[in-house]
Design a binder for this molecule. Structure first.
Ligand SMILES: [Zn+2]
Length: 78
């Protein structure tokens, strides 16, 4: 079962929870205040996308080039 990260809409706490894929987007009970109004945070898995060429590119880096890791393209001259 995949591990998902949630942000509580009541107290703002973040917590991880193992859930089935079909229930990933359902609100999870907050372990701190027990409110069921949490939202799923961007998981660590979703922080990376797989390009068509098979390369893994970091979304957070903001780079549009799959040929360099820095995002500035200073190394690959794109
Ligand atoms: Zn809470």
């Amino acid at each position: 079962m995949p591990l998902y990260e949630y942000v509580c809409g009541g107290c703002g706490a973040t917590f991880d929870m193992l859930r089935s894929f079909s229930k990933a987007d359902e609100p999870a009970p907050c372990p701190a205040c027990h409110a069921q109004i949490s939202k799923r945070a961007i998981s660590r898995f979703a922080a990376h996308v797989h390009g068509s060429d098979g390369a893994t590119t970091s979304v957070a880096g903001g780079g549009s080039c799959a040929g360099c890791a820095s995002g500035s393209c200073a190394g690959c001259h794109h």
